[in-house]
Write a protein that binds this ligand. Sequence first.
Ligand code: SF4
Ligand code: SF4
Length: 162
Amino acid sequence: MIDKYQTLLNTAKSRYSETRKFFKTLKKMKSQELDQLFEKNHVRYSEEINCLDCANCCRGTGPLLKDRDINRLAKTLRTKPKRFIDTYLLRDEEGDMIFRELPCPFIDNNNFCIVYEDRPAACRDYPHTDRHNIKKYLKPTLENYRICPIVYLTIEEIKNTI
Ligand code: SF4
Ligand code: SF4
């Protein structure tokens, strides 16, 4: 990760406590209003941030994989779903399938995803700040504040707006 993004995430860690309090304000807002605020800033910062200079989500946290993700990736890798699971995945305490190891086995040295076209849906949708009814997704968004520069900048801009 480039220094500029690391600095943002260091600041996010130091502001986490105040941000957690700020999320109580967000919880009181109307759902539609919140969606508009997030969407606008998500678009702005997704354009400003270059994920290839970051890759923190692929290196530091992994997606949950659904059956359809597993079947698609197994096909891409020309293997059987069971073999794919045995090689790459394990079940977490909540019963979800996750990668056995981090960084993700499919990220290369230049931060490219080698299964990009067929990556899990959770990777495709990350960091989820443009999802409908974000109000129901505030808890993981608060966690992503410390992981993803797009989320950090989105939240900081929302702090300045309301
Ligand atoms: S989505 Fe966020 S954490 Fe992932 S590479 Fe892009 S900026 Fe980094
Ligand atoms: S599958 Fe691709 S996008 Fe998803 S975590 Fe791995 S490298 Fe990143």
